[in-house]
Write a protein that binds this ligand. Structure first.
Ligand code: CTP
Length: 404
């Protein structure tokens, strides 16, 4: 059910606009209120009168309408809702939003909104596959836009087959429900969370690498728990033997430098948890070809320091996550080192764990952690890595509460 949820539906100009009328009906049946904005092109396919009659309120079409500006104003239009849905999202409208253009009511609302945005693209398969659209999709994704569809099928106008059909109204309703995390306890609903996990592999030559014993279990469990709590999660993972957690956008990387690039690409986020065991060093003189045994004896490997991903993100001036959580893998004097790391790396919390061989943490299923914040230390009981993840996610949700 979507009772008392407010949806702002932006209808773009495509033949699929007729399906948006059904979408309005389905949303209203579930108790949502639907306010509609139509582009000029959309009005070639459906009329504001038709959309307005189904929505039960007038439709907004004009950025420069004096009456509309007095009535509600485009800024309020952009913000008085729980979710902005663009259906159909045409190639043109997506390009405008990706560029930040604001030359009509729909694009202005999309630039002015601080609400989550869900787009249901609809276009010819060649337009969807075009590099320009690919770039725009990637840019919009970075800006936090979520998608439903497009589906594969026959195009209404040309009979061509391919990916480009707008998702069906009920699929869009399901995506809206997911996005609004309707039903159940979803304390991270509407939040974006980034998690790093696993080891990194630093090449010695094309076939050999330096690595560590991290399994990625703790980081993956945190990503899964954040997704279960309703967050939109990006998991940047080094090489692990684990499946990608469901409902999580997983980016696989090998080296520390690749991990940093993927992390920066995932910003902005509300919270970032750095659970990866990043290699501190990489081989400076890594061979381009496989190193061979020879008369000169074993090769001498020169190590250089890798970027510190956690410290880099925690010290960012712009787009710093609201909450930055690091891990401290220690084999001795756990709390002392963790407190020192909190200060040095500039993060908000450190989850400290003992990874000495006796502790069995590395690669094991259980973990004993201490949550170190500026206010003090909490020592949690030994528990499964999933329970540690759920506990941490609950704490993150509480810390973000009220911060937008
Ligand atoms: N970390 C990181 N980038 C690195 C090294 C570490 O993002 N190049 C992060 C880890 O993901 C973790 C935290 O920093 O959240 C601490 O990692 P840890 O290995 O315990 O600390 P180091 O900085 O490597 O310090 P040391 O090895 O000296 O204990």
């Amino acid at each position: 059910m979507l009772s008392s949820r407010r949806i702002l539906l932006i209808i773009g100009g495509g033949i699929a606009a007729y399906k948006s009328l059904d979408l309005i009906r389905r949303l209203r049946e579930r108790g949502a209120s639907v306010r509609v904005v139509m582009t000029a092109a959309a009005q070639h396919f459906v009329t504001p009168l038709a959309a307005g009659s189904i929505a039960g309120e007038r439709v907004y079409t004009d950025l420069f309408s004096q009456a509309d500006e007095f009535d509600i104003g485009h800024i309020r239009l952009a913000r008085d809702c729980d979710l902005v849905v663009v259906a159909p999202a045409t190639a043109d409208l997506m390009a405008k939003v990706a560029q930040g253009l604001a030359n009509d009511l729909a694009s202005t609302v999309l630039l002015a909104t601080d609400r989550p945005v869900l787009m249901a693209p609809a276009m010819n398969p060649r337009m969807w596959a075009h590099p320009a659209t690919r770039r725009n999709v990637a840019a919009l994704e970075r800006d936090g836009v979520a998608w439903v569809g497009p589906n594969e099928g026959e195009m209404a106008e040309s009979g061509e087959r391919g990916v480009g059909r707008m998702a069906e109204p009920l699929e869009i309703v399901a995506a809206i429900e997911r996005r609004l995390a309707v039903g159940g306890d979803k304390p991270l609903r509407g939040r974006r969370v980034l998690v790093t996990s696993g080891p990194t592999h630093e090449p010695i030559d094309p076939v050999r690498y330096v690595a560590n014993r991290s399994s990625g279990k703790q980081g993956h469990a945190i990503a899964a728990a954040a997704a279960a709590a309703g967050a939109e999660v990006v998991l940047v993972s080094g090489p692990v033997a684990l499946p990608d957690p469901p409902g999580v956008a997983t980016v696989r990387v090998e080296t520390a430098r690749e991990m940093l690039a993927a992390v920066e690409k995932a910003l902005p986020v509300d919270a970032a948890v750095f659970a990866a065991a990043v290699a501190d060093w990489r081989v400076d003189n890594a061979g381009q070809q496989k190193l061979k045994k020879g008369a000169n004896g074993p090769p001498v490997l020169t190590l250089v320091e890798n970027p510190d991903i956690l410290a880099t993100i925690a010290h960012r001036k712009s787009n710093r996550p609201t909450l930055v959580v690091g891990f401290a893998a220690e084999t001795e004097r756990v709390l002392e080192h963790a407190k020192e790391k909190l200060a040095r790396k500039g993060c908000d919390w450190i989850v400290a764990n003992d990874v000495s061989i006796e502790s069995g943490v590395m690669g094991g299923d259980r973990n004993t952690v201490h949550l170190v914040t500026r206010d003090g230390v909490e020592s949690w009981p030994t528990q499964s890595k999933e329970d540690v993840a759920r506990g941490l996610v609950a704490r993150i949700a509480a810390a973000l509460e009220g911060k937008r």
